[in-house]
Design a protein around this ligand. Structure first.
Ligand code: ACO
Length: 485
């Protein structure tokens, strides 16, 4: 299969949200801390009738309907989530009723590979890479893959609470996609850290070392960027060598050719830099970290003397060129200088990707793809031919940087139709604002409900739009029941 990637997307986030400005005042934080300091506008959250299963049921049914996909055409379904509802039963299995029963007289589709992937915010990317690899592999049976990222991010009272959020994203995977993977360009960084984890199985809240999680994130970004750049150059060189051999026959040994290839690479300056991609998308716990991340990539380019760094940026970053790696992560001055130096490039290459993460909050596994959805929403008519580089991070820790190429595609799998189907603006506009007090009450109720059995919800679906799934009951055997509005 060629040009494997994302054919279609749907995004769902709860219609209930709190304003960060109001939350700031409620929490007694200094004015501007959440809005300017963290860079966030609003935060979505699930009320007692919604959870990661209901959100993913909504996203998947809506995707199948909007793009007219027969459930029988799905051959693999993978879910990424870090919201634990059951320690054994996959969220994927909760989605199977969509496929099992088509009509009462007809046999549904149960021949669907895949289970859940979990490692903090990275599970969605693991699921996505699995599906893409499957379509590219010899075990592919010609049907579509389906990836679901679903999370409800809630924190205990304290400084992390404003960095929550909730959403589910469904992505259809197949060949000849308008959003195709440049599969050779991938850099990963995997390591052991206690920056954010969920060891308390009776609570939905994580244990988090906020400062450490930021440093781990930025170090993983550095490492992934280095691997990514290395693989980019190697692939460019390989391509150069094959063209060379094709043009000049076999009178040169591969050694000669590869020497020529490296020389060519140096002469042509083929190393990867921020200039080689049109957009950069980051896992977005809060917008300030995204700003710092892009600034860190520019600092990397500066150290590598790459073409993306103009004279003004060079002058700003010059004083930091002799810092050791560790010092560079500790330096607040460097952080500020690189954020300033990268501002014009940030506005062009990152800002269009920030809408949903700023409005909805950190959606864990869905966060990176919510940022991608923002780009499609904002720029769909001008994305054909563009390259987008994405950085996925999950605490603990796992991270990958990878590259996508965009094409207009053909209806219904076109960028413009994906934008229309997701209807990001419509969904944002039809939300209902909660006061911080009501938000805190909701979280208190959810704390008691977490891991509980034998209860009915209010079944109040009045704030949900038609077609949305919601939780009605958890019975004495912990079995969960959902209805569709
Ligand atoms: N006006 C403007 N800016 C302000 C104000 C104000 N009144 N007050 C503070 N700020 C700025 C600070 O200077 C800081 O910005 P800077 O880093 O550019 O200097 C920013 O607001 C945040 O303030 P801090 O004091 O650093 O915030 P605090 O330590 O209280 O909490 C944190 C922030 C650590 C991110 C916390 O919310 C948290 O733990 N979140 C969860 C962990 C997380 O999301 N980690 C990211 C990667 S892992 C993951 O995805 C889960």
């Amino acid at each position: 299969a060629k040009n494997v990637g994302i054919l279609a997307m749907e995004i769902y986030f709860p219609p209930t949200f709190v304003q960060q400005e109001a939350l700031e005042a409620h929490d007694g934080a200094s004015k501007g801390k959440y809005t300017i300091g963290l860079g966030q506008d609003c935060m979505a959250f699930c009320t007692e009738v919604e959870d990661v299963i209901s959100m993913s049921l909504t996203a998947v049914t809506s995707l199948l309907e909007k793009y007219k996909i027969d459930p029988k055409q799905i051959g693999r379904l993978e879910v990424g989530s870090e919201t634990v509802i059951d320690k054994s039963k996959s969220i994927k299995t909760f989605l199977m009723p969509i496929f099992e029963v088509v009509f009462s007289t007809e046999r549904g589709n149960t021949d669907i590979e895949g289970v859940d992937s979990t490692n903090a915010c990275y599970g969605g990317t693991a699921a996505l890479l699995n599906c893409v690899n499957w379509v590219e592999s010899s075990s592919w049976d010609g049907r579509y893959g389906l990836v679901v990222c679903t999370d409800s991010a809630v924190y205990a009272e304290g400084p992390a609470r404003p960095t929550g959020g909730a959403a589910a994203i469904a992505m259809l995977i197949g060949p000849d996609a308008p959003i195709s993977f440049e599969s050779k360009f991938r850099g990963s960084h995997m390591s052991h850290a206690y920056d954010f984890y969920k060891p308390n199985l009776t609570s939905e809240y994580p244990v988090v070392d906020g400062r450490l999680s930021q440093t781990c994130y930025l170090m993983a970004l550095d490492s992934c960027y280095k691997s990514f750049c290395h693989k980019y150059v190697r692939t460019e060189v390989q391509e150069t060598v094959s063209i060379f051999l094709y043009n000049y026959g076999s009178q040169f040994s591969p050694n000669v050719a590869s020497t020529f290839g490296y020389r060519y690479e140096r002469l042509e300056g083929k190393q990867f830099s921020l200039s080689d991609a049109d957009y950069f998308i980051f896992h977005s716990p809060y917008n300030k970290l995204v700003q710092k991340s892009f600034a860190r990539l520019l600092f990397n380019d500066f150290l590598r003397n790459a073409s993306s760094v103009d004279a003004i940026a060079k002058e700003k970053l010059g004083p930091f060129s002799t810092l050791t790696g560790d010092e560079s992560f500790q330096s607040r001055e460097l952080e500020k200088a690189s954020q300033q130096a990268s501002k014009p490039l940030y506005d062009a290459k990152v800002q269009p990707t920030t809408l949903v993460p700023k409005q909805v909050g950190n959606t864990y596994t869905a966060s990176l793809y919510a940022a991608f959805a923002s780009l499609i929403h904002n720029k769909h008519s001008e994305l054909a031919g563009k390259r987008v580089v994405l950085f996925s991070y999950g605490s603990g820790l796992t991270a990958t940087m990878f590259s996508l190429r965009l094409h207009e595609g053909r209806h219904p799998f076109s960028l413009s139709n994906i934008s229309t189907a997701m209807n990001v603006a419509g969904k944002l506009e039809s939300r209902h604002e909660f006061t911080p007090k009501k938000f805190v009450e909701t979280l208190k109720l959810m704390e008691n409900r977490y891991g509980a059995k034998d209860f009915m919800t209010s079944k109040d679906s009045s704030l949900l739009s038609p077609g949305t799934y919601y939780l009605t009951e958890v019975d004495s055997m912990y079995r969960r029941f959902y209805a569709q509005k």
